[in-house]
Design a protein. Structure first.
Length: 176
């Protein structure tokens, strides 16, 4: 079978995109491009220490570690993202602080998939489905061939929606 030069270039580009995506490209770079909470070891001792604390659900230790990291490097999107995550998961989260740090992570790295996912989950935590869906749409654009962050947020949104009463159906029900 003969392939035109344009066809061969298109196949080569597609193959290159697939290999970059499979290697973790297209995300936020560093530990922030993917799932920061995974069991994979990080070269960054702050991230690794925070992951270890998060795995134990030791939110105070994770927050202290990440605060120290932010003092040393306030321009680290991963630190802001995991700091917000550790606050959000704690028993009495300050959602104002959570949103501030997710916003900072996305200011530093607008393509940070983990921050988009977790920001969407934070919006669900306060009941703002529309804003959560905005983060899902952002992930849809970032994850050309799909990604775990998109799938996780989509699942969280579906669970949220199934748990909510059908308000629109209640409004249309006659009150005889």
């Amino acid at each position: 079978m003969k392939c035109s030069r344009k066809g061969m270039i298109a196949i080569a580009l597609l193959a290159g995109c697939c290999s970059v995506h499979a290697a973790g490209g297209g995300g936020g770079g560093g530990a922030g491009g993917g799932d920061e909470i995974s069991g994979a070891k990080s070269a960054d001792p702050i991230i690794q220490s925070a992951r270890d604390a998060i795995a134990k659900e030791d939110w105070d230790a994770a927050q202290a570690t990440l605060q120290n990291g932010l003092v040393a490097n306030s321009n680290n999107a991963d630190y802001h993202n995991l700091y917000a995550y550790s606050i959000r998961k704690s028993p009495k989260p300050s959602m104002e602080v959570v949103f501030t740090h997710y916003a900072e992570a996305l200011r530093i790295d607008p393509r940070h998939r983990g921050a988009h996912e977790y920001l969407g989950e934070a919006y669900l935590q306060i009941g703002n489905l529309a804003k959560a869906k905005e983060q899902l749409a952002a992930l849809d654009k970032l994850c050309f061939f799909g990604c775990e962050e998109y799938d996780d947020l989509k699942h969280s949104i579906a669970a949220f929606e199934s748990a909510q009463p059908l308000k629109s159906a209640q409004l249309k029900t006659p009150s005889w």
